[in-house]
Design a protein around this ligand. Structure first.
Ligand SMILES: Nc1ncnc2c1ncn2[C@@H]1O[C@H](COP(=O)(O)OP(=O)(O)OP(=O)(O)O)[C@@H](O)[C@H]1O
Ligand SMILES: [Mg+2]
Length: 279
């Protein structure tokens, strides 16, 4: 596996990631379209899981446009960037977030890492290998879309959670992302959370619809059908924006609101499935 990563097959730079053997206990939170709530879900889900007694780390894997620090109101002295450049040790870059979980923030110097070079792959993999044994679960808050760096980050995860909203643009982008994850990474199970739903049950209907479209148009290997696993809906809730404006976690500042309750349910579901499986 290591050699696959360090010596990826040559390509012309336009296409990317070889399918890698994913590490255990890593959940990539990703999406097709940007701005659908990945960072919000990652941070608050981490808080909900931490509250349930799990050791959780969130890694800001959105290397080019990291903003987990803004959401959590943290100003780390040491970032992933310093670890990548050898200026700091990995353990010094891990900070405690208000929600009782750990975070590894990318920092603003990461722009040069928004392109996937062999060095970035190497650094990223080394860091992940060092981190994973210390936590019950590592959440990767990735960027949106199907850039090579996003796909590489996702390839390091044993589980993928795709965040989508009911908007048609978000759904077509989610479809495109899932198609690539199936084709390139041979993913069989993809977990879905539908964020910003208007009515109860909307999310499940959307996941079912998306599954039908994928079944029709996305070729999978014989005997390895793709399965979307609906993990839950998070309602559209004005409290989310309020918490972001205050730069606080929703789970801490407005824990009883509908979106926070939905995140708690999502945490229980993840605990019963992903964490239970790999612990
Ligand atoms: N359930 C919700 N109800 C209301 N507003 C929401 C909800 N989820 C997210 N939002 C709004 O959407 C904004 C964007 O969310 P977030 O930054 O988590 O998206 P993202 O997918 O991480 O974006 P990017 O692709 O840029 O990383 C939030 O700041 C918040 O205002
Ligand atoms: Mg984000």
């Amino acid at each position: 596996m290591m050699s696959d990563v360090l010596n990826p097959p040559q390509d012309n730079g336009a296409t990317i990631s070889v399918p890698l053997k994913p590490l255990g206990k890593v959940l990539a939170v990703t999406s097709g379209k940007g701005g659908v709530g990945k960072t919000f879900v990652s941070a608050n889900l981490a808080a909900a899981l931490a509250k349930r007694g799990h050791r959780v780390l969130v890694l800001d894997a959105d290397l080019g446009l990291a903003n987990l620090d803004v959401v959590l109101n943290l100003y780390p002295k040491v970032t992933l960037h310093d670890v990548f450049t050898g200026k700091a040790k990995l353990e010094d870059a891990i900070v405690r977030a208000p929600g009782g979980f750990s975070v590894l923030l990318a920092g603003s110097g990461m722009v040069e890492y928004s392109r996937l070079t062999p060095e970035v792959r190497d650094d990223f993999l080394r860091i992940m290998n060092g981190l994973v044994p210390h936590y019950d679960i590592v959440l990767l808050d990735t960027g949106a879309g199907i850039s090579d760096v996003v796909l590489f980050a996702v390839s390091l995860a044993s589980e993928v959670l795709v965040v989508a909203t009911p908007e048609p643009t978000s759904l077509t982008d989610a479809y495109a992302t899932i198609k690539v994850l199936v084709g390139q990474q041979k993913r069989q199970n993809i977990r879905m959370v539908i964020n910003q739903t208007a009515r109860l049950g909307d999310g499940r209907a959307i996941t079912t619809q998306l599954q039908q479209v994928l079944d029709r148009f996305v070729k999978t290997e014989p005997g390895r059908p793709l399965r979307l696993i609906h993990m839950g809906d998070i309602p559209s809730d004005p409290a989310v924006r309020q918490a972001v404006m205050r730069r606080q976690l929703l789970m801490q500042s407005i824990p009883g609101c509908p979106a926070a309750l939905a995140i708690s349910q999502l945490a229980v579901k993840l605990e019963d499935t992903v964490i239970a499986q790999i612990k």
